[in-house]
Design a protein around this ligand. Sequence first.
Ligand code: PLP
Length: 384
Amino acid sequence: MDEAERTWRTEFPITERLNYLNNCSLTPLHRRGRERVDRFLAEWSEQGGRAWYDHWIGEYEALREDLAGVLGASAGEIAIEPNVSAGLVGIASTFDYAKRPKVVVSDLDFPTDGHAFLAVADRGAQVEFVRSPDHVRVPLELFERVVDERTSAVCTGHVYFTTGWIQDVRALAQICHRKGAVLIVDAYQSIGALPFDVSASGVDYLVGGTLKWLMGGPGIAFLYARGAVAERARPSAVGWWGVQDPFAFDVEHLEYGSGARRFEYGTPAVAAIYAARAGIDLLGEIGIERVRERHKLLSQRLVDGALDQGWTVRCPRDPEERTPIVTLEHPDPSSVVASLRAAGVICDHRPGLIRLSPHYFNTLEEMDQALALLEPLRAAHAVA
Ligand SMILES: Cc1ncc(COP(=O)(O)O)c(C=O)c1O
């Protein structure tokens, strides 16, 4: 670790006690996040409702600007959401399924990417799943084969949550647009882990949140809607914060807010805004290129070590093809995760998989410690 990396590591008190390798689920709280949330508590305590006007509405709009900066979008293309699921429900409510019933999702996608559309089957939506041949990647040809003039949308991940594989969403946008379909990207696992410019990508909608690589904790997500797409959208899932003038308190008329704002719902969780902005600040200071390089270094140590030990590694072996999500196959992954936890190494499991995800504050020594603990656990299984 160089001097700067050591400094950033001290931002995360958890590193004093634990080897934390579960960042693709939730990055732990950093000192500046805690200071900002303390500031929110002081404002709430000292000002009550007045704090909306003196601080919180300003923080909300500043968060919108921050998110636009991270994505390479304009602020008008960003809606602030409580979670990705809410954003997808809003998007799913905009399509005319009588004209174009088909929605394409992959079997590697996060459940909510399919559920948001399965839930509108009574409005005519028919979800078609493309199936990953190697359970790691979803080749573009599979989408190309099924996207047609009856397709409203493709909704899929930028990075798949069990394999870390990076989808070429720019090429996928072209496939969709050739048939007049919309591309919705679930970028929860990519934003903050990869340099990405949403405007250049051509995607129509993109959803993500601050829990993971943006280091901003739970309670804040975002929805990007490309300018022209947002202006055309007529969501039936709405809230009073998403209208043109919420403070007119007009119950009798619905006038959508301009741009992506129409996808917003109601009163936001303000403490979460403070934590989210702190995480985005931190990322801005480190720099996304630098984060990406360190992710590659740390995750490759895990991949190489696991292969040497004889594990079946599910994620791609080439670091250019994936984020730092490293998954190892095991028939009883929760028992492995529990053993690691007992030794102070925090990771997670998904069906049939142990999932480890280092972040830039981790060290190579921590990767080696995790590997040393993993080795006998694989052998125990192989003997049994
Ligand atoms: C790819 C992906 N999409 C969505 C989610 C969750 O979305 P939500 O904000 O609705 O909890 C996660 C993880 O929690 C995820 O990994």
